[in-house]
Design a protein around this ligand. Structure first.
Ligand SMILES: [Zn+2]
Length: 440
């Protein structure tokens, strides 16, 4: 937009802010937001008003209807024109009965909001469609408004072209943390330390292209990043990235730096000691909402040890798990022993499938692979290790760190670290008992 096109918007902003304000400054702000940061006009205007001490609600337009940024979390009945970004079906338990719900993100020009559809019979949403929602209500969750479509909600598909900001709303700041990155986010501002930089040659639509990949870490986790143009990144740099976007690749959100992305190098140490920070504990619902994570920490109660846990045999060629001594690809082979636990953890917000590999299984059960093989043979019970896992782990609280990816069956964590969260209490109790019994 050039100066002439911006002029009416500058006048409007000046009216809302009172005529004392410097129109040159408004013009400069507007120009920066639109032509430099490339945010939507609506978002830019609201933020300028906020930044310069005005009330964005004084901006004209949208009578009777609210924008995402206006949501307070206490609306009883609200109308919104939004674009549906994601649609995720889910079955939950309500009062002992199974109920189908749908959740995801919606956005308009002012921001992005999480939503839940409680009546999936009457309300059907399609990803990418623009809809006019009437009679929705909101609730606050962790300081952010959440949109709920209950039995009174009406949804109409709209032909209106909606330009969406697709960024979280909050205090005029659009900066997000690694743990908040979700598939489909479009204009991301994020700070972190860059490591594991690597130049790669790929072939994209028949053309060879050089890209740079690496890892960005902040206090909440790590994310893989890809630079599609000239990379301005250096190993160990602490940076502020403006205008990146997020796309999931193999079920994990990844940060992409396209032509629009800008990198500001920060002074060394300005982010603190990022390397030694372990990610904060996240709710499973959170992890599920954003579609996965390269590095997440969750805490939950083990509610099920699933089939396929315990002592298993793998194909020596491809490591696939054998079924009755047969590999799906290589046929009858002499299997190699391995240990794993496939479990379901629940933290009250949601549940998560977690896979523990050999080392973690050995650690959690206090049993080596060799011992497991020996015991299984002695007892002539192929399910022995699985039964041990059930006995030892059921109802225990575990803190697990690992990678989470999503597929058709939902999110699944490949654990990298695991520890009993309730260990101290339990072990002390057990020790006390042994001492009292006077044995061992
Ligand atoms: Zn095989």
């Amino acid at each position: 937009m050039d100066r002439e096109e911006l002029a009416p918007h500058v006048e409007e902003l000046a009216r809302v802010l009172g005529d004392k304000v410097d129109k040159e400054r408004i013009l400069k702000e507007l120009d920066t937001y639109l032509n430099h940061y490339r945010v939507t006009l609506e978002w830019a205007k609201r933020n300028i008003v906020k930044k310069m001490g005005g009330d964005p609600c004084d901006l004209p337009g949208g009578e009777g209807r609210k924008t995402v940024a206006d949501l307070t979390g206490s609306e009883q009945s609200v109308d919104l024109l939004v674009k549906v970004l994601t649609v995720n079906p889910k079955t939950i338990e309500v009062g002992g009965a199974q109920k189908n719900i749908v959740y995801g993100y919606m956005a308009d020009g002012t921001g992005r909001v999480q939503y839940t559809v409680w009546e999936t019979e009457s309300v059907q949403l399609q990803e990418g469609s623009t809809v006019l929602i009437r009679n929705a209500y909101t609730k606050e969750y962790k300081g952010s408004p959440q949109l709920n479509l209950g039995n009174r909600a009406l949804v109409e598909v709209s032909e209106e072209e909606l330009e969406v900001a697709d960024m979280p709303v909050g205090g005029g700041s659009v900066e997000v943390k690694v743990s908040e990155l979700a598939d489909g986010m479009n204009y991301v501002v994020i700070c972190g330390k860059v490591t594991k930089l690597e130049e790669r040659e790929i072939t994209a639509s028949g053309e060879k292209k050089n890209i740079v990949t690496g890892t960005l870490t902040d206090g909440t986790g790590s994310v893989e990043l890809t630079v599609w143009g000239d990379s301005q990144l250096h190993e160990g740099d602490e940076v502020r990235i403006v205008g990146a976007y997020v796309k999931s690749w193999r079920g994990i959100p990844k940060l992409n730096l396209g032509d629009r992305a800008e990198v500001q190098v920060l002074e060394k140490g300005s982010l603190g000691d990022v390397d030694s920070v372990s990610p904060k504990v996240r709710t499973m619902e959170d992890v599920e909402m954003v579609g996965g994570a390269m590095d997440a920490l969750v805490r939950g109660t083990l509610v099920d040890v699933r089939d396929g846990s315990g002592l298993i045999k793998r194909c020596p060629d491809c490591r696939r798990v054998l079924q009755k001594g047969t590999c799906r690809v290589h046929g009858k082979v002499k299997g190699v022993d391995d240990l794993r636990i496939k479990a379901i953890l629940d933290d009250g917000s949601s549940s998560l499938n977690v896979v523990f590999g050999k080392e973690l299984t050995e650690e959690l059960l206090g049993l080596s692979l060799d011992e497991a093989v020996k015991l299984t043979m002695e007892e002539r019970n192929p399910d022995l290790v699985r039964e041990m896992a059930e006995e030892k782990l059921f109802a225990r609280t575990l803190e697990v760190r690992g990678m989470v990816r999503s597929d058709d069956y939902g999110p699944m964590m490949i654990a990298r670290e695991a520890r009993f969260h309730d260990m101290d209490v339990r072990e002390e109790g057990a020790k006390l008992l042994t001492d009292m019994e006077g044995f061992h």
